[in-house]
Design a protein around this ligand. Structure first.
Ligand SMILES: *Cc1c(COP(=O)(O)O)cnc(C)c1O
Length: 405
């Protein structure tokens, strides 16, 4: 059975060119870049080149990049640095639709006594700018907002927000893990203070990330140790992975036009085809959105069941909600957007990449209607060709479903 991989926001395949560039650094070029001998020197030179490539993709200086182990570490580092460098400020602003790397860290900081504001979004996932502006105070240590939402692809106006924060003397961080490689980024032209990215979302391996820290910004390390990364992140450099990320960054820059033309057209054809299925809707703004992502609700059926049947037919996708067993909560993102119960429960995310083809979309458009029909025929809320009750009248029997309770 052929696999159709539409889950590129979860992780991507390592590009063959990336892997090839990495391999010599496991055996032949195994030196420690800090060593004074030639085996260290050759690796230090390669690291400098890799750092330059990533800086080129982001439009920043190589010295403004700190390598980390993942996107989550980058996010944590940014948050802790802002708090530790401004100990008299006790307030943090974020949104209700962040990745768990930010949301759960914010919840932890709240337990430590920090004040947290989570700004809301509208029905289409766009940030409430009025609420954001009202929440900024002289006590605010950090404003952290994700650039592109991993579940819906919706983009926040990050450059504009960074400018608003700069005017108020506030530190601004963005989780750009999903934005890098999909939209143009030129940090020099923005007021962004810190930016997180992760290698495995752009065809580098899992386990490598980076944090951009604007030159001159006060910084406190998260990993305290050696002099690596200019003393900003201790620990011997993950050399092969940093080399891989450098190649992935170059490829991401080269493929940015394709991402916004061919991949976007594939996404749009897939989405338009799926919307022909009745009682189906897109979650998230249709234009202020990444070119590769669509989040679609198939009403009156469960996201998990759809995924199970899709997987059986070779299609890999991901769910935005999980409520069937009563032990899982629906997506906090769709909840924040006010997506109604039947739609939130039947939502799935499809995320494409340059590795996807027209044939895959054609095949998926054959499989989806069959899966949806099969599940609706089994659904207690569906009879013949339509719903038996209005969606607003349904409620969830899961005790802890936050949409329903
Ligand atoms: C994947 C992702 C992360 C986490 O990155 P890891 O490398 O898996 O830690 C953080 N934020 C967003 C928006 C993501 O999509």
């Amino acid at each position: 059975m052929q696999t159709i991989y539409f889950d590129n926001n979860a992780t991507t395949a390592v590009d063959p060119e990336v892997l090839e560039a990495m391999l010599p650094y496991f055996q032949g070029h195994y030196g420690n870049p800090s060593s004074m001998h030639h085996k260290g020197g050759e690796v230090a030179t390669a690291l400098r080149e890799a750092r330059q490539r990533l800086a080129d993709l982001l439009g920043c200086e190589p010295g403004e990049i700190i390598y980390t182990s993942c996107g989550t570490e980058s996010d944590n580092t940014a948050m802790w640095s802002a708090l530790r460098t401004q100990p008299d400020r006790r307030h943090l602003v974020t949104s209700r639709v962040e990745h768990s790397a930010i949301i759960n860290n914010a919840a932890f900081l709240k337990r430590l006594g920090y004040q947290i504001t989570e700004v809301g979004v509208d029905r289409e996932g766009r940030l409430d700018m009025d609420q954001l502006l009202k929440s900024l105070t002289p006590d605010t240590a950090l404003v952290t907002l994700l650039w592109a939402n991993n579940e819906t692809g919706v983009l926040f106006p990050i450059e504009e927000i960074a400018q608003l924060c700069a005017e108020r003397g506030l530190v601004f961080h963005t989780d750009a893990v999903q934005a890098v490689g999909k939209i143009p980024i030129n940090l020099k032209a923005t007021k962004i203070d810190m930016l997180s990215l992760a290698g495995h979302k752009i065809h580098a391996p899992k386990g490598i990330g980076a944090l951009y820290v604007r030159k001159g910004l006060k910084f406190a390390p998260f990993m305290i140790g050696g002099h690596q990364e200019g003393g900003r992140r201790g620990g011997t450099e993950n050399v092969p992975y940093i080399i891989g990320l450098g190649v992935a960054a170059r490829l991401a820059g080269e493929r940015l036009p394709e991402e916004n033309t061919r991949v976007k057209a594939l996404r749009d054809r897939l989405e338009d085809g799926l919307l022909k299925i009745p009682y189906t809707m897109v979650n998230g703004h249709r234009t202020q959105r990444l070119p590769n992502t669509t989040n679609i609700s198939f009403e009156y059926i469960e996201g998990e069941s759809i995924l199970f049947h899709l997987s059986h037919a070779g299609i890999c996708a991901s769910s935005g909600s999980a409520c069937t067993s009563g032990s899982l909560e629906p997506s906090h993102v769709l909840r924040a957007m006010g997506v109604p119960f039947t739609a939130a429960h039947g939502s799935i995310r499809l995320s494409l990449a340059t590795t996807n083809t027209e044939e895959e979309v054609t095949e998926a458009l054959k499989i989806f209607p069959e899966v949806v029909k099969k599940l609706r025929d089994l659904s207690p809320f569906w009879k013949d060709d339509g719903p038996v009750v209005e969606s607003e009248m349904l409620s969830c029997d899961a005790n802890n479903c936050q949409i329903c309770n």
